[in-house]
Design a protein around this ligand. Structure first.
Ligand code: SDX
Length: 374
């Protein structure tokens, strides 16, 4: 083997992007030059979605227009709605999201049109309809009636309304909005790279997002927020946390919600999400998970020098908000559709087929022996 292989493309720069960057000089993830935490403090999710997709923060008029289109596109087709009703109730909601976007691709009149204008129109449809499809499944699998979206509610408010039948306290909605802002984009992560790879063959946006959802589902990527909750449920109470995490590390376990390919001394999104996790815990009058959180984090840093990633605080935050654990990664999806889409548009604008090489370590040349002589 002579080639210098970088397993997992570790440290390899494969393309350029204008969408986001972790800026070491401000120790922050930035979208189009704006620090994610600054956007959390001053914007609502729709403004950030607009920024990621269009490159600039919207004016009031541009935001109104953007929201109008998103709200208008919230309705699901009869075929999609009927399909969701017939999905196996035990399906993982990530598979529901993947299949729903795939069905949207069957129905969209512009599926084949990869012009930037058509792609932006399709993004708005996928962006608006995916939360509606997920919320419909959320209700159906519990044997409850589907709640239609309401066009006077914001993106976040509407998601709560469609899942639970009501909009919660404003602190809860804000915390959810913040989580969506923090989840919206993160450069060439696994799912985004998947979307760009699919796009590089000049395939369509529904296919690219379908593939990205499949990629996000894995526990080493977006699926980690669900695993964090499973871990916290296993720990059960703060008194067990110290022993649990020490045992896990003694057994060389991978602790979900910790570590990151890019951040080695802490994910810049964590302090903001930690703050909103605390606000939600206060509203819900439940400090148990915060206590477990702090103990596990302290041991991970002390023993391994490994810091939490954004999935660590979002897991228990979504749990306190009342979402089922298997809906945590789908919530990541409804936000990351913006980042994926911006990258898909960028890939189309300066496309080069993504086709790496491999170092062959298989058998040397041999002749085929006919089946009756083998
Ligand atoms: C996301 O890329 C993105 O931007 C992703 C994301 C986004 O916004 O899109 O930020 C979202 O996916 C966050 C990551 C969620 N995944 C997890 O929380 C799963 C647990 N974490 C890991 O398995 C791991 O840290 C990764 C997958 C996130 C990163 O993997 P790397 O860069 O390939 O590093 P590695 O697994 O090779 O770890 C290096 C060392 C190893 O030890 P040694 O073999 O060198 O002795 O660190 C150890 C690992 O064992 N390590 C951990 C650990 N993470 C790393 N040990 C215990 N628990 C962990 N979580």
């Amino acid at each position: 083997m002579t080639e210098d292989i970088k397993k997992g493309l570790l440290g390899i720069v494969v393309d350029e992007t204008e969408v986001s960057k972790v800026m070491p000089e401000i120790n922050s993830l930035t979208y189009r030059g704006y620090a994610a935490q600054d956007l959390c403090a001053k914007c609502k999710f729709e403004e950030v979605a607009y920024l990621i997709l269009n490159g600039e923060l919207p004016s009031e008029k541009q935001l109104k227009n953007f929201e109008k289109v998103e709200r208008k596109e919230r309705n699901l087709s009869k075929i999609l709605l009927e399909s969701i009703k017939n999905f196996p109730k035990k399906s993982h909601p990530m598979d529901v999201a993947r299949t729903a976007v795939s069905i949207m691709g069957l129905e969209d009149k512009e599926t084949k049109d990869n012009s930037p204008e058509a792609n932006l129109r399709k993004v708005m449809r996928i962006f608006a309809k995916t939360p509606v499809a997920l919320a419909a499944f959320y209700r159906i699998r519990k044997g409850k009636k589907i709640i239609k979206p309401k066009s006077n509610l914001s993106f976040s408010e509407n998601f709560f309304y469609m899942c639970f039948g009501k909009v919660p306290e404003k602190e809860i909605v804000k915390a959810f909005d913040v989580s969506l802002i923090l989840y919206a984009e993160h450069s060439f992560n696994v799912s985004t790279f998947t979307a760009r790879t699919i796009t590089s063959s000049l395939s369509d946006i529904h296919g690219a997002i379908t593939g990205a959802i499949a990629s996000l589902k894995g526990p080493l990527h977006g699926g980690a927020n669900e695993e964090v909750m499973h871990m916290m449920n296993k720990i059960k109470k703060p008194e067990n946390a110290l022993n649990w995490i020490n045992n896990a590390l003694d057994q060389k376990a991978v602790v979900m919600g910790f570590g990151h390919r890019v951040y080695k001394s802490g994910d810049s999104r964590v302090p903001t999400m930690r703050e909103y996790f605390s606000k939600v815990a206060k509203v819900k009058k439940d400090k148990k998970f915060e206590k477990i959180y702090d103990i596990v984090e302290k041991v991970m840093i002390e023993r391994k020098n490994i810091h939490p990633n954004v999935d660590y605080p979002t897991g228990p935050t979504y749990h306190l908000m009342g979402f089922d654990t298997d809906f945590f990664t789908p919530i990541f999806v409804i936000s990351r559709i913006t980042g994926w889409s911006a990258h898909i548009l960028e890939q189309h604008a300066a496309n080069k087929l993504i086709r790496p090489l491999a170092s062959y370590i298989g058998s040397s040349y041999r002749k085929v022996v006919p089946i009756n002589q083998r």
